[in-house]
Design a protein around this ligand. Structure first.
Ligand code: SF4
Length: 77
């Protein structure tokens, strides 16, 4: 199990995550990126997932450096 966090206030609206997978990432009504199916707390999206590969690719290509992937011990994946 992994946890993915997207700190929306740092999103540059570059669209790279959505180009990588538009079923996992989308622009929200406020035009900032969101994690599809996530829970939002204080403009930070969080979701638990089993397969982190696409999320890690998105994090590597995120110009805002606002996508983080953690393993089940809370370490960066
Ligand atoms: S890749 Fe990062 S900065 Fe670009 S739209 Fe997605 S979350 Fe925002």
């Amino acid at each position: 199990m992994y946890e993915v966090v997207l700190e929306r206030e740092d999103c540059t609206i570059c669209g790279n995550c959505i180009e990588i997978d538009d079923t996992l990432f989308a622009f929200d009504d406020d035009d900032l990126a969101t994690l599809v199916g996530s829970i939002r707390d204080d403009d930070v999206d969080e979701i638990e997932i089993d397969d982190a590969e696409i999320y890690k690719e998105a994090a590597d290509n995120c110009t805002g450096e606002c996508i983080e992937v953690y393993d089940d011990e809370g370490n960066p994946a």
